[in-house]
Design a protein around this ligand. Sequence first.
Ligand code: ATP
Ligand code: MG
Ligand code: MG
Ligand code: MG
Length: 572
Amino acid sequence: MRATRFFISTLKDAPADAEIVSHKLMMRAGMIKRLGSGIYNYMPMGLRVIRKVENIVREEMNRSNAIEMLMPVVQPAELWQETGRWDKMGPELMRVKDRHGREYAIQPTSEEVITDVVRSEIKSYRQLPLNFYHIQTKFRDERRPRFGLMRGREFTMKDAYSFDRNVDGLKQSYQVMFDAYVRIFTRFGLEFRAVAADNGAIGGSGSHEFHVIADTGEDALVYCPSSDYAANMEAAEAVAPSGERQPASAALTKTATPGKAKCEEVAELLAIPLTSTVKSIVLTVETEEKGAVQRQVWLLLLRGDHELNEIKASKIPGLANHRFATEDEIIEHFGTRPGYLGPINTKLPVKIVADRTVAMMSDFVCGANEADFHFTGANWGRDVAEPMVADLRNVVAGDASPDGKGILAVQRGIEVGHVFQLGTSYSESMKATFLDENGKPQFLQMGCYGIGVTRILGAAIEQNFDDKGIIWPTAIAPFEVVLCPMGMDKSEAVKQQVEKLYAELLAVGVDVILDDRGQRPGAMFADWELIGVPHRIVIGDRGLKDGNLEYQGRRDTEASVVAVEEMLSFIQ
Ligand code: ATP
Ligand code: MG
Ligand code: MG
Ligand code: MG
């Protein structure tokens, strides 16, 4: 590819609505262009990355004997009504009507359609097992689309669906997909972790998520460095503290100073009547004890005797399967909105954990307003509610691993893939059966397997960037190598050498772009560093004089000199 025949459009500044690094850099590098909320044009530079991601996914799916097909984006409502998801999915499911008033779903996934295909195509156990997949546009009317491709409304997913005769077969198919996912994420060149996951609304038995490790991830993961144990925090088993952790009650169960609580003010803040009996509040705090930061999550019970002086903190039991997506759900469950910090007396320095995604609601002083004894400037946003509760039911770093093989560590991840054992839930509601060896109809055992193709781009960048821009792993970079000639129009030697090298690289299958735009070196380098091409070769008269070129890897701090005749083997 020659840069003058391609479309390159870089920006100095990111638009104001871009909150996280990957969103900012993708906008600045001209990879995506916003069309509407959660809806983006995939610009030529971004599409190249998407295609590379798709190709790796496709190759590994095919290698594991999954069969590619393509199911429609617009799907008849009747199928969705059969499984009950037409109602269950609520506003996240986008619905349209045609000119005859018939209703359709814009697919967020395709369990219904594939089950419909299979129930009419599959007659006998002899046709099983089968695994169909497609790479297709999805639409989910997300409550809060944000972060560019990370949480779009329209996005691309690879979704696969396996069909087996029995549970053993399902488990095998599941394992085959799990192994394919490990190969896929390894080939992307990303640091990732597979974790046990919550089965959520889909139901079924086994489920794992694949996460790209990044500090900015929305999910907290717990894992044991000395064993295989790894789980999404929301699915993690509660375990006994290892002993190194401060007992939960140490920091916050001290009684507030009597008489100083302003109950009316608090009641107003909480929008609760003063006659309420017990209200509870969830809260995440970080305390600094003996130089180490402890992150703890608390449930505060607020007694309605208006004294507000008996505040207890404890772990919330029995929430292992809850996900609180909205403030309304929190209110329903806890009887109050998240946002009030009780009059907790503590001399320990306490920091309220503010999530980077928090949309600030209010700024207030809590409790008795006594200096050094109370939290000030407490902010709660709607979006902190979910991670707050998710962290709460679980463990902290330093807890014993449930497998008894070590101490747990915590890291953050971005969910990029999800594998599920669905069992017979869809085949039963849609009556998808096959005839077994005895000629008896049996329900198909089903599994489903998703990869967020477009989300991978955001996740890869969150893990790989610096102050100059994106650093793509070579396998998914828009171009592997960029050739930067210095004064191509002036120097015949440079022109000849760059054209020769360009042709040679193409001939051996290197995905190379020749920057023939005639820009000054500074601007040219800045563009490619922003775009994140992993390998750069500079061709200039100065080096050529001694028979040399300059090579710089995107992570290198300096260029290295490579002889002209060695460059081809050096770069491969
Ligand atoms: P999340 O928890 O982030 O909302 P999910 O659990 O709803 O994701 P799944 O139904 O498991 O998503 O879909 C499979 C994959 O599709 C996810 O692992 C993720 O990579 C991707 N995905 C889901 N929602 C979006 C979205 N709004 N934008 C981009 N990718 C998405
Ligand atoms: Mg979701
Ligand atoms: Mg999820
Ligand atoms: Mg999921």
